[in-house]
Design a protein around this ligand. Structure first.
Ligand code: URA
Length: 451
């Protein structure tokens, strides 16, 4: 489909659309729909869409183009109808981070509190990890459920997690994989269309967005993160959704584990009432906002209390266990995490200096995980679920010469050598500690029906 017809009956050609965006001109909704339809139906090839994505990233898309792209992507498939399931339908989605595993904890907390969480997630993107890849590290777990099965799992456990399918958000399924392999992830407009097209297809009442900011995020500054949050919140409100966006810190990995099975392990420990404090705190905060949007708590403080109670009582863990079982996964990994894939080798990286960790180039840590095999460099790459990085030292921590800062879990010596160099150069150690503790949540934006 390299030619279609415009409203003026002029033929639409993909080459012209690429050139138009390359020159920075505004595309019509019709032209954008042509790209989305053509790529989703495999009539426009990868190489032309890659060129268009790069032009869109470099030249930008304005509000109208972004809205047109989001709607075309949303309507590339069907919309879920969950009206037969009792309870508010609320989801959360992150813009992508390093060690960001909150979905695995937050969805079961929300389900245990009476919400329905129909989560359509993505795979690793650029240097960031993806929920689907993490889940698939649980032996047997399938993220490819039919819509009928997805409905059944949701009805039984209150939460279910799948990928974009041929039926739901098929356009994002293709664009997402292509962006990952063509350096076209870091565009706020493309991120907005990707996230909101799949989330709006879920038939939600409310959506909580975790918009990452910092050295490990796609949006490196608070300003850029806030602009992306505003764009997505505005899109959701226009579609009648209750929205909350939390701008959260990604200047260092969240929790201590980076890598698919390592992150599942750490999520289970939080669900068991343990785990690193920063990860637990963010999970409680995000789940609490889901409760507020779903009218399951009167205010945010009570909602946080409810989320913490559902974690500590084991109620959230039981929802996770049920979801894992119903999606074909081996639930015994909960009691025996050693059944998760484990790398054959480990190597510890130690500090060469005495001082304090003042900065971590967090994107480099994510890249190191990709190099180890935990992410993809090409669309066809098969990931290694076992590899990753265990972070021992975080911002503000004191270090001495010879003290471990990270442990690499690996299966290939040459990959480990490359990853080690990246990790070593990502740590900045100085004599004086960095200024005071940085808040995990920097800003909250709330809008929509009950804001
Ligand atoms: N998450 C998504 O689903 N899409 C993006 O583009 C970035 C993060």
């Amino acid at each position: 489909m390299n030619a279609g017809a415009s409203a003026s009956n002029q033929p639409i050609r993909m080459l012209d659309i690429i050139a138009k965006k390359r020159q920075g001109a505004e595309l019509s909704a019709e032209e954008i729909a042509f790209v989305v339809r053509g790529y989703t139906s495999a009539q426009i090839p990868d190489y032309q869409v890659s060129a268009w994505l790069m032009a869109a990233l470099l030249r930008g898309l304005d509000r109208a183009e972004t809205a047109a792209l989001t709607l075309s992507m949303l309507h590339s498939g069907s919309l879920l109808d969950l009206s037969t399931l009792p309870g508010a339908k609320v989801d959360k989605h992150s813009t992508g981070g390093v060690g960001d595993k909150t979905s695995l904890v937050v969805a079961p907390i929300a389900a245990a509190g009476g919400l329905i969480v129909p989560m359509i997630s993505g795979r690793g993107l650029g240097h960031t990890g993806g929920t689907l890849d993490k889940l698939e590290s649980i032996p047997g777990f399938t993220v490819n459920l039919s819509l009928e099965r997805f409905h059944q799992v949701l009805s039984a456990s209150g939460c279910a997690m799948i990928g974009q399918t041929q039926e739901i958000a098929p356009a994002d399924r293709k664009f997402y994989a292509l962006r990952d392999a063509t350096g076209t992830v870091e565009s706020p407009n493309l991120i907005c269309a990707s996230i909101m097209s799949k989330k709006l297809a879920e038939g939600l009442d409310g959506l909580v967005l975790d918009v990452k900011t910092g050295s490990g995020a796609f949006m490196k500054s608070d300003l850029a993160a806030t602009q992306l949050a505003d764009l997505m919140v505005e899109t959701g409100v226009r579609m009648g959704k209750r929205m909350a966006a939390l701008i959260t810190d990604m200047d260092q990995p969240l929790g201590n584990m980076v890598g698919n099975s390592l992150e599942v392990r750490e999520s289970i420990s939080v669900l068991c009432g343990q785990g690193p404090q920063d990860l637990r705190e963010l999970c409680v905060e995000l789940a609490a906002w889901m409760f507020v949007l779903g009218s399951a708590a009167a205010d945010i403080e009570r909602a946080k209390g409810l989320a913490a109670k559902l974690l500590d009582s084991g109620a959230a863990l039981e929802r996770f266990r049920l979801m894992v079982r119903l999606e074909g996964g081996d639930e015994t990994v909960i009691e025996q995490p050693s059944r998760l894939p484990q790398a054959r080798q480990r190597s510890t990286i130690t500090s060469t200096r005495k001082g304090f960790v003042t900065r971590i180039e967090c994107e480099q840590i994510g890249r190191a995980a990709v190099i180890l095999g935990g992410g993809r460099e090409k669309k066809e790459d098969v990931i290694d679920p076992a590899v990753g990085i265990e972070v021992h030292k975080k911002l503000g921590d004191a270090v001495s010469p010879g003290e471990p800062i990270c442990t690499i879990h690996y299966n290939s010596e040459s990959r480990a050598a490359q990853a080690k160099l990246l990790i070593e150069s990502s740590y900045h150690i100085a004599e004086a500690p960095p200024p005071g503790p940085r808040p995990l949540v920097r800003k909250i934006i709330q809008a929509g029906a009950n804001s």
